[in-house]
Design a binder for this molecule. Structure first.
Ligand code: A3P
Length: 290
C-alpha cells in the first residue's frame, strides 16, 4: 500500500478512510444523490452490524433465495452512498435500491428528508463497538490504530475514529426514531431473536414473505453461514488491506465481549462519559442496565 497517501479524508469534521472515500464522494452523497421513494437504507455507526443488515436486506429482497448473496460481494449489493463507487453502483439500479451509510444524520442526502424512503438504524452497545473497532483497526492497513486498548478507548470516546463520535451519530439519528419511515433496531435485538427481527423488518418494508422464506433469511444470515460466504466475509479483499490472520472480519459476533477487554476502571470511566453524553436521550437500551 502507498503509505505516502493520507489514511483519512476529512469532511465537515468527520474522518473517513481515504481508501474508499474522497471529499467529492461524500459531497456527492450529501448534496447530489437523489433519494427515491422506494429506496431502503441500512444506517449504522461502523461495527454495529452493517454487514449483517446488508445480508438480511439482500435475502429479504430475494425472497430468501441466497443466490444473489452468494454470487455478488455485499458492498456491491448494498453499497455505501458515501463511497467512491456509489454513483456507479446505484444510479442505474432499479428500485427498490438497498443502500448502506455510516454518515451522521447531519451529512445525510438532503433529498432523504422529503422522500418516502425507508431507513433502518441499527445501534450496538458502544463498548462492544469499541472492541470490534479495535480489532478492525488492527487488521486494516487503512485505519489509525493504537495497540494499547486504554489509548484506543480514549480515541473512541473523543470521536477520533472513523465517522466521528458514536454519541453524536446515535443522538443525531435517534431524533428521527418516531418517523414512520425509520425503524430503530439494536444488534442485541437481532442476536436475541433473529427470526422475530427479520419478521419486524419485513413488516416495516411491507414485504410479505412466507415462513420458509423467512427461515432461509435467518439461516443464510446466521454468523456461521456468513463466515463461510466469501461474498460477505471480506476474504475477497487483499491481505495487504485487511489481514484476517491478525483478526477475522467476522470476528466473534457476540454481545458483551467488552467484559473481556475493559478493566473495571476503564469500564467505569466509559460509563460515566456515556451517562453524561446520553442524559438527554429518553430511550433505554439493554446495555444501560448491564
Ligand atoms: P465483532 O467484531 O464483535 O465480532 P460491521 O458490519 O458494522 O462492520 O460490524 C461488524 C460486527 O458485526 C462484527 O462484530 C461482526 O462479527 C458482527 N457480525 C456480522 N455478521 C454477524 C452475524 N450474522 N451475527 C452476529 N454478528 C455479526
Amino acid at each position: 500500500m502507498n503509505r505516502t497517501k493520507p489514511l483519512s479524508v476529512h469532511y465537515r469534521g468527520i474522518t473517513m478512510p481515504a481508501l474508499v472515500h474522497s471529499e467529492q464522494s461524500v459531497r456527492y452523497a450529501q448534496q447530489d444523490f437523489i433519494v427515491r421513494d422506494r429506496d431502503v437504507f441500512n444506517l449504522t455507526y461502523p461495527k454495529s452490524g452493517t454487514t449483517w443488515m446488508q445480508e438480511i436486506l439482500t435475502l429479504i429482497h430475494s425472497d430468501g433465495d441466497p443466490t444473489w448473496s452468494r454470487s455478488v460481494p455485499s458492498w456491491e449489493r448494498v453499497p455505501w452512498i458515501e463511497q467512491i463507487t456509489a454513483a456507479g453502483y446505484l444510479e442505474m439500479r432499479p428500485c427498490p435500491r438497498l443502500i448502506s451509510s455510516h454518515l451522521p444524520c447531519s451529512l445525510f442526502p438532503k433529498t432523504f428528508f422529503t422522500s418516502q424512503a425507508k431507513a433502518i438504524y441499527m445501534i450496538r452497545n458502544p463498548k462492544d463497538v469499541c472492541v470490534s473497532l479495535y480489532y478492525y483497526a488492527k487488521m486494516s492497513s487503512f485505519l489509525e490504530f493504537k495497540e494499547d486498548f486504554g489509548e484506543f478507548i480514549d480515541m473512541f470516546l473523543a470521536g477520533k475514529v472513523l465517522f466521528g463520535s458514536w454519541f453524536d451519530h446515535v443522538k443525531g439519528w435517534l431524533r428521527l426514531r418516531d418517523s414512520k419511515n425509520v425503524l430503530l433496531l439494536t444488534y442485541e435485538d437481532l442476536l436475541k431473536d433473529l427470526q422475530g427481527s427479520v419478521t419486524r423488518i419485513c413488516q416495516f418494508l411491507g414485504k410479505d414473505l412466507p415462513d420458509p422464506a423467512i427461515d432461509s433469511v435467518v439461516q443464510n444470515a446466521s454468523f456461521s453461514t456468513m463466515k463461510e460466504n466469501k461474498m460477505v466475509n471480506y476474504t475477497l479483499v487483499p491481505e495487504s488491506i485487511m489481514d484476517q490472520k491478525v483478526s477475522p472480519f467476522l470476528r466473534k459476533g457476540i454481545s458483551g465481549d467488552w467484559k473481556n477487554h475493559f478493566t473495571p476502571e476503564q469500564s467505569a470511566q466509559f460509563d460515566q462519559f456515556y451517562q453524561e453524553q446520553m442524559r438527554e436521550v429518553d430511550v433505554k437500551f439493554s446495555w444501560d442496565t448491564s
